[in-house]
Design a protein around this ligand. Structure first.
Ligand code: ADP
Length: 333
């Protein structure tokens, strides 16, 4: 499923890697975050120390991994990549931390999914570049302090709210990444098009930009599908080719993917427009509540199809119209 930010083939991943901007200057959009990061990195360089720990929060595909790589690259520092799900014991983290070289950047993706015991080890590591290692078992167990090389932790999470406060507080800087606007997405697409050697019209790129959920990763994937379509049909990547390719892949004019639509249809038809609670909604569409909350909902809120109320999620009048159900909308919608 090409619109699924989680599933991706090897080829898609390789393509994604090749397209990653290598410097802050090449990174499109997120102007505020870029400025903040630039300041933080430059200050660290001037003071000849490792930059503060950085937390990157936001939905998948907005550039968190890319920014972590840039932080390492701009400072000429080595980068170690790991992820929360790969750190299921404190020992997993101890092994990583104790092998870091001075100044290394440690990227932990999905940091909110790390084991609790590892999280506690990380507090001390982040604050004092030190950990306590337990040696032995039972009554004879002792803790041995171990000094670490100074490092910069870059954590990424789709939900900053899921992180315990003591962990969140230990990051010197938290960046909240926003969905990209269409002009920015066109820049992402133009850059990727050039790298793909694709001869695409400006209006073709604009059409893709409007249908990629404000997300560069999806923009690049759709561009690849359009490239395939143009290649197979021996056509230029023009507006008609874009429309045909996107229709084939079931990407609607607002860029909603299958899960977005399932969620909307559930709210509209089964729950009469809401309000409906997150967990009820998740169970109804057979998805994890975390995915609905971190991936689906932010975009639906951003384009004005749902609102969050204390009693649950509600469809807006625009949602009833988009799904051609305006006649069924309750008076309150
Ligand atoms: P995340 O870690 O937030 O899921 P990634 O950093 O893996 O997202 O980005 C996904 C893809 O989108 C990468 O291939 C990258 O090339 C592209 N991308 C993300 N942000 C930008 C950006 N600001 N400018 C250009 N390309 C971007």
């Amino acid at each position: 499923d090409l619109t699924d930010p989680v599933l991706a083939s090897e080829a898609e991943l390789a393509f994604e890697g090749a397209l990653r901007p290598k410097s802050l200057g090449e990174f499109v959009g997120q102007t505020r975050v870029r400025g903040q990061l630039q300041l933080l990195l430059t200050a660290a360089t001037l003071q000849q120390r490792t930059p503060d720990h950085i937390l990157l929060a936001g939905p998948p595909g907005l550039g968190k991994t890319t920014l972590a790589m840039i932080v390492a690259h701009e400072g000429g520092r080595p980068l170690r990549m790991s992820s929360g799900p790969a750190i299921q014991h404190a020992g997993d983290l101890a092994a990583i931390l104790s092998s870091l070289v001075p100044g290394e950047v440690l990227f932990i993706d999905e940091i909110h999914r790390m084991a609790r015991s590892a999280e506690e080890m990380l507090y001390l590591a982040m604050e004092d570049f030190r950990i306590d290692i337990m040696v032995g078992k039972g009554a004879g167990a002792t803790s041995v302090p171990l000094d670490l090389s100074p490092f910069t932790l870059v954590g990424a999470t789709t939900r900053a709210g899921l992180l315990p406060n003591p962990l969140r507080d230990r990051f010197g800087f938290t960046a909240h990444l926003e969905f990209y606007d269409e002009a920015e997405l066109e820049q992402v697409l133009a850059r990727a098009g050039t790298m793909l050697g694709l001869d695409a019209d400006k209006e073709a790129l604009a059409e893709i930009a409007g249908r990629c959920r404000g997300t560069p990763r999806i923009a690049n994937r759709l561009l690849r599908r359009v490239r395939d379509y143009a290649l197979v049909h021996g056509e230029r990547a023009d507006l008609a080719a874009v429309r045909a390719a996107l229709e084939l892949y079931d990407v609607d004019p607002l860029g909603l993917d299958r899960l977005d639509r399932a969620v909307m249809e559930m709210i509209l038809t089964r729950f009469g427009g809401g309000p409906v609670g997150l967990n009820t909604l998740a169970v109804s569409v057979g998805e994890e509540a975390e995915t609905i909350e971190a991936v689906v909902e932010p975009f639906l809120v951003r384009i004005g199809l749902i609102t969050r109320t204390p009693r649950g999620r509600m469809a807006t009048p625009a949602a009833w119209r988009h799904f051609g159900l305006a006649a069924h909308a309750p008076d309150t919608a």
